[in-house]
Design a protein around this ligand. Sequence first.
Ligand SMILES: [Zn+2]
Length: 454
Amino acid sequence: MPNDQLTNETVELLQQLIRNECVNEGTETSGHEDRNARLLRDELDGLGVDIEMIEPAPGRTSMIARYEGTDPSAPTLCLMGHTDVVPVSPDGWTRDPFGGELITAADGTPEVWGRGAVDMLNLTSSMLVAFREIVRTGRRYPGDIIYFAVADEEAGGVLGARHIVDHHWDAVGCDYVLTEYGGTPTFTDEGTFVLLTNGEKQAAFRHLEIAGQPGHGSMPYGADNALIKAATIVHRLSQRERAPRLDEAFRDRVRALGFDAELERKLLDPAHLEDALAELPPGTARNLHSCCHMSFSPNVMHSGEKDNTVPDHADLYIDIRMLPGETQEDADQHLREVIGEDLWPSVTMHRKFDDEPKAPALSSTDTPLWSALDDAIQMAYPGARVVPSFVTGGTDARFFRAKGVPAYGCGLLSNKVSFAEFQSRFHGNDERIDIESLALTTQLWLDVCDRLWR
Ligand SMILES: [Zn+2]
């Protein structure tokens, strides 16, 4: 049973983390995670745990605390939460995105509002509170527990997890990682399903340079305009998807979301998938679409210098995410087919972020940690079936998977937040989390620790 005192601690800490406004704009001088790193360090003050602060660039501080176990040969568990958040569009919010306000919703549900409330300061705060509770009460487990409050997740971890895994493995090296995200329950006629994550789609970002011929803008007839070619490529990409992959994992995920039988049948039939997605709430539809497709999203295009000159060069940047098991070559092949033999000779293609350590897309669920998670979730939702799934975006878990460490995304939500609602709050407007979910999540970490080393 969640403990009210601990829940209050999580709520207050979450509010402070939100108010610290550690907004990561993708630039080295943004983020300012030192504010949250110091706050979290101070929360552990006087408890006698080892604390290390790592600052790869000014202000980009991560904090690592270690509580030693009784048996140096027992596996180490790392609770990893990022401390940065993505920027907001303030006009889209009905409350101050950095107010960290506690608001009671119309149905009486108390919620903490603010950027980071679900991604992932809710987890970062609850992990700290659980970690501190273990230390404070003198509970001893065989293995070490590491609390890792990491900077720069939202810009690829270059100044956070990636740097620290590469250069400070002695500080964060472990046997298991828990991080974002998962733990949405769905209540169906067949019982309760809880989705956790054991992997993520892999990135295959591409930069296309598209060549043309310069000319006078007053005489566009027959011009070899690089911008028009780029726009044509964007259009073709929007019209031609790769075929969906409706495999066992996808079927499990669809079943775990508890749709009616007719809709479920259509979602699992390639001929009706598109119609079925159109019937779903947007957050669910987007997520399910990405869970059965290699996705291609052309997001940035630059071309031209002067408004009276036909451009001879365009740059197009495409965000591509592969399903587990798909390869960089699969991505290239689809691009080439869609771009077409007429335009392909004008294109020079570059892979982006190709220097990242190669991580397996999925962690095995055949581990003591997954069993401990499953058992811990039964405490809150007796009889629930825990379903592994993958995240459509990237998380810091991949740096640990690349080291062979199983990493899972979890948390535990109340029945107040539907899967669709949860999805739409990520990086969205009016991000918020209900107190009951914070209570369940704080308790989850404690229950997992109680079960992992049994
Ligand atoms: Zn996140």
